[in-house]
Design a protein around this ligand. Structure first.
Ligand code: HEM
Ligand SMILES: [Cu+2]
Length: 557
């Protein structure tokens, strides 16, 4: 990785980097710099990721034997609830938007910060407050409802800390809404001169589409959780049929948010993957316009498929038919994206650096997750595998094989920009490969054993399922080991890593035009954009490394 000087570069800023601009605790906790806030998010979600991981490791340990003799039923329920609640609301939802969204959105559009820097800091405080509240509930006695808080169990029968847990998620929801509003305003108002909508990097489009979903869907979740709290606390008859309430109403409200939330988790991942694949194939993204329409399409159609979570709930069969049909339709834009990424790779000059290995892992795993989603969208198959480990495998292929792989792809791609340091390549590639194998080893057996009839959320199972569970548990520990590696070698790189130049990958994109790490102000002069992104490959074949497509106001003077 070398830093090639390119004619027409932006002038490098003279101020200190954002990391060097203040070393006190207050300079971090009261910062309004989007890049420092990104670091705060990174620390927070890393903390939650490992907490959620510890909880599920105990679960997998228990599942080594069919008798479930390690944990009590009660503890088992509390542990998978702990895992699910933490992973969804305090890791997945804030992960890519909070870290890379915050760090890169202003850089990629040539802005100095987000539109509302203080609101941005406030969003982080909200997620921390919500996290503390939920964590309190999960530790001080635990919660046993599963991450879905299904009523009437959560409102009537569970004698665990449901209110505190739901309140924490409610507060975290406001963090999501504030972030979404901020990113939408930033994209509309702060684009550099010449940065038209169809010159935006795909990551920016992804963050923009995600923000729309965040702003439109999250309030529904907030209201739903308030209703759960109201029924549990004040005994208002909302969901409990004994008092004239309707438990299906809860499921409709919950999934009206939670299906779109899947796209809150996966759209940013798609944005990361587009950036990484185009860079390491040294080809312009195939079908840029279609990539944009596909993301917007996913964001819109994602609102109309929530009923596929309710095929066995007793909702009207006509409703199920419509939801089944629409669920097949929403797969189309995702398929377009996979096709276009593959077409970008085709005849590309591919280099297998660590970010690319993670991205290729994403492609394979996300495709398996998406295809098994089609199985679930088909009503008769869903009735057979519903509430089995088949479903657990499916959503882990999307969320972990997809989003977590993309998170690591982005982390390795932008690490030199964020920290100014290079990491040891060999370790990074090794971790990527180990993660891919560990992942499949963990979750593929769950498709089979789920299809054979192993229910999810049970910890005692028939002995004939043991082989699959032993494979899955052993895989989980390989995977856990793989997840421990990046924190180690990345921390190493902070101290001993070689210094990164401004553009170690020869990538296009404004974020690579400023110093690594960037200064507080991002750019010394306002960039002026004259062409669309990804000018790797104007002729469609011969690679043109880092061809310059930006000039500055300064250049003209
Ligand atoms: C180390 C890797 C992981 C392993 C081994 C693992 C394993 C499991 C298992 C066995 C369950 C099923 C619990 C049950 O229903 O009996 C589960 C549930 C779940 N996992 Fe993971 N998981 C991992 C990572 C993740 C990550 C990274 C996320 C999200 C980012 C996630 C999200 C979920 C969710 C939402 C549930 C549903 C919990 C529920 O049923 O209430 N998992 N996981
Ligand atoms: Cu869904």
């Amino acid at each position: 990785m070398t830093d090639v000087a390119i004619s027409g570069e932006l002038p490098l800023p003279r101020e200190p980097s954002y990391l060097a601009a203040g070393h006190t605790v207050a300079s971090w906790l009261a910062t309004t710099d989007h890049k420092r806030i990104a670091i705060l998010y990174a620390a927070t979600i890393t903390f939650f990721f490992f907490l959620g991981g510890i909880a599920i490791s105990l679960v997998r340990l228990d599942l080594f034997t069919p008798a479930g003799d390690l944990l009590s039923d009660d503890t088992y329920n509390k542990l998978f609830t702990f895992h699910g609640v933490i992973m969804v609301w305090f890791f997945m939802v804030p992960s890519i938007p909070g870290t890379f969204g915050n760090f890169l959105l202003p850089l990629m559009i040539g802005a100095r910060d987000v539109a509302f820097p203080r609101l941005n800091l406030f969003s982080w405080y909200l997620i921390v407050t919500g996290g503390a509240c939920t964590l309190y509930a999960l530790i001080a006695g635990g919660v046993d409802t599963g991450w879905t808080f299904y009523t009437p169990f959560s409102t009537m029968f569970s004698n665990t800390h449901v209110i505190a847990a739901a309140l924490g998620v409610f507060i975290a929801g406001f963090s999501s809404i504030a972030t979404g509003v901020n990113f939408i305003a930033t994209t509309h108002m702060l684009r550099a001169p010449g940065m038209t909508w169809f010159r935006l990097p795909l990551f920016v489009w992804a963050i923009y589409a995600t923000s729309l979903v965040m702003v439109l869907a999250t309030p529904v979740l907030a209201v739903t959780l308030l209703l759960v709290i109201a029924e549990r606390w004040l005994h208002l008859p909302i969901f409990n049929p004994d008092f004239g309430g309707d438990p299906l109403l809860f499921q409709h409200l919950f999934w009206f948010y939670s299906h779109p939330a899947v796209y809150i988790m996966v759209l940013p991942a798609m944005g990361v993957i587009s950036e990484v694949i185009t860079c390491f194939a040294r080809r312009r993204v195939f079908g840029y316009d279609f990539m944009v329409y596909a993301m917007v399409g996913i964001a819109v159609i994602g609102f109309f498929v929530w009923g596929h979570h309710m095929f066995v709930s007793g909702q009207s069969p006509y409703a199920s038919l419509v939801f089944s049909f629409l669920s097949f339709i929403v797969a189309v834009p995702s398929a377009i994206k996979v096709f276009n990424w593959t077409a970008t790779l085709y005849r590309g000059q591919i280099s297998f650096d660590a970010p690319m290995l993670y991205a290729l892992g994403f492609l394979g795993l996300f495709t398996i997750g998406g295809l098994t989603g089609l199985f679930l969208a088909s009503i008769p198959v869903d009735v057979h595998v519903t509430d089995t480990t088949f479903v657990v495998a499916h959503f882990h292929y999307i969320m972990v094989g997809g989003t977590v792989s993309a998170f690591f792809a982005g982390l390795h791609y932008w690490w030199p920009k964020i920290t100014g340091r290079l990491y040891p390549d060999v370790w990074a590639r090794f971790a990527a490969i180990l993660m891919f194998f560990g992942f499949n080893f963990t979750f593929f057996p769950q498709f089979i054993v789920g299809y054979l009839g192993m229910p999810r959320r049970y910890h005692v199972y028939p002995p004939e399922f043991q082989l699959y569970n032993v494979l899955s548990s052993a895989g989980a520990f390989v995977l856990a080991a793989a997840y421990l590696l990046p924190p180690l070698y990345l921390t190493w790189s902070l101290i001993w890593g070689a210094r990164a130049g401004r553009n170690p990958w020869n990538a296009t994109g404004l974020e690579w035009k400023t110093s690594s790490p960037p200064s507080r102000e991002n750019f010394a002069a306002t960039p002026h954009v004259e062409e669309g992104p990804y000018r790797y490959h104007p002729e469609g074949f011969a690679p043109e490394h880092g061809e310059d497509n930006y000039r500055t106001e300064g250049d003209r003077a």
